[in-house]
Design a protein around this ligand. Structure first.
Ligand code: GLU
Length: 454
């Protein structure tokens, strides 16, 4: 029976890279008739926040990633980690370390000076049990360290194949802090073991933790799960995807008007050896396998996401589209004209503004201000609009003499700006009958006023 878990730390909103991890685990569970556990790794009391937990669960639900169990919280399981750490102590597989901060810093410096990674020198490793107990009873604070045998570790990664770590990579890491709380590696290992996790699918940033977790889980008498590390999302500059690349959190994409189906479809194709194409939920599940996940660089392609989103918006039934965009059904006809041009729900809402706001988008107004002919055209068009009831676009433009030297294309751009307030959009012949006359005349007046003042 496959059992996987998604284990976010509720120290921030759900990052799209973590959403990919959640999705891959969920797909793996669905594909294999398995079980998906949601676990909150909230032992860092300072940084964890219940508000982030609800934000994460809300985003997962929005994505349609449903968990079979949880959310379990590590903060509610502290006794369990403690008792496992004490078991290791009793078996001699862990020891008390009384070193203070300064001593530890000095030891780290010494190992760096020897050209080794900064690490603990094992000073307390050989204290006799009686001595260690005496110091503990005196009230000296201590951490519990794993007594690592330091042997090299090799494991099979479900995505990357065989990965090997040299002797000493697994050091005497701290498993229980001075205050009795577990460190990340201990809590993860105990949970993965007790929760019967069979496959750990997570981002490549955890690769170097894996040998430590394998050593710990073995010391605890458990069997390590299978590990698979997918690659992290990077920006076009090949740096880890972060705020300076734009939207990175699921809620940002949601606010932009990306629909969940598009984000799921897009993420499910990321770093995979399958074409980045439209798939329905069933196909996404059916085609998922770790074999198809590649370890190569995974550049986040915003254009591709927008392409998926446009495809989903195009295919969505009109009533549903209205509902998702938060527009009531009276807007149906207008929506059906503008929907082809929108990449996001936000775009859609902005397009819809052309019908009830006598305003310009900045680019359209800038364009009008630089076109001298616009004033003349405004004056020619305005009275026709005011006079004609049910005027068609062709009637409006017939015999509209373009000022000499004005390209036809520019004439239409000017008309587009007056009619829609924008420099892009659906065919004018289709939108024109749907924009109320007073909105167009209002826009023309606003332009004339602006021109006069400007
Ligand atoms: N809590 C860890 C994180 O958010 C994940 C731990 C794991 O997947 O093993 O990065």
């Amino acid at each position: 029976m496959v059992r996987v878990r998604f284990a976010p730390s509720p120290t921030g909103h759900l990052h799209v890279g973590n959403a990919k991890t959640a999705l891959f685990n969920w797909l793996f569970a669905r594909r294999n008739g398995g079980f998906f556990v949601l676990r909150m790794e909230d032992t860092d009391v300072e940084r964890s926040d219940a508000a982030y937990e609800s934000s994460i669960t809300e985003d997962l639900a929005w994505l349609g990633i449903a968990w079979d169990e949880g959310p379990l919280r590590q903060s509610e399981r502290l006794d369990i980690y403690r008792s496992h750490a004490l078991t290791l102590l009793e078996k001699g597989l862990a020891y008390r370390c009384f070193c203070g901060e300064e001593e530890l810093a000095a030891a780290r410096q010494r190992s760096v000076a020897r050209g080794e990674p900064p690490r603990y020198d094992g000073k307390c490793r050989d204290l006799s049990a009686a001595e260690a107990l005496r110091l503990a009873e005196e009230g000296r604070p201590f951490t519990l360290r794993f007594r690592s045998d330091g042997r090299p570790i090799t494991f099979h990664d479900g995505i990357r194949g065989e990965l090997s770590f040299p002797r000493g990579h697994v050091d005497d890491l701290i498993i229980l802090r001075k205050d009795g709380t577990p460190t990340y590696n201990l809590a993860v290992v105990v949970d993965d073991m007790l929760m019967g996790i069979t496959h750990v699918i997570r981002g490549g940033d955890h690769i170097s933790n894996t040998p430590k977790q394998i050593a710990l889980i073995s010391a605890l008498g458990g069997r390590p799960p299978e590990y698979a590390h997918h690659s992290l999302l990077i920006g076009p500059d090949r740096k880890p995807l972060s705020k300076r690349h734009g939207a990175t959190r699921v809620k940002d994409f949601r606010a932009m008007g990306i629909v969940s189906e598009a984000l799921v479809n897009f993420l499910s194709t990321m770093g995979r050896s399958i074409p980045a194409e439209m798939m329905d939920a069933g196909e996404i599940v059916r085609t998922f396998s770790l074999d198809s996940v590649s370890a190569s660089d995974n550049i986040f392609d915003m254009e591709k996401l927008l392409w998926f989103n446009r495809e989903y918006l195009k295919r969505m039934p009109l009533t549903e589209l209205l509902e998702r965009a938060g527009i009531d059904t009276s807007g149906a006809e207008k929506m059906s004209v503008v929907r082809e041009n929108a990449s996001t729900l936000t775009d859609l809402r902005e397009y819809m503004e052309m019908f009830d706001r006598a305003e310009f988008r900045e680019s359209a107004l800038r364009y009008l201000m630089k076109m001298d002919a616009a004033g003349e055209i405004a004056k020619a068009v305005r009275p026709r609009l005011a006079a004609g009831n049910g005027l068609t676009f062709d009637e409006l433009t017939s015999a509209l003499a373009a000022p000499p030297g004005l390209k036809k294309r520019d004439l239409f751009m000017i008309l587009r700006a007056f009619i829609t307030g924008r420099s892009d959009g659906p065919p004018l012949r289709e939108v024109f009958p749907l924009v109320p006359v007073e909105i167009v005349t209002g826009r023309i007046d606003a332009y004339l006023k602006h021109r006069h003042e400007g």
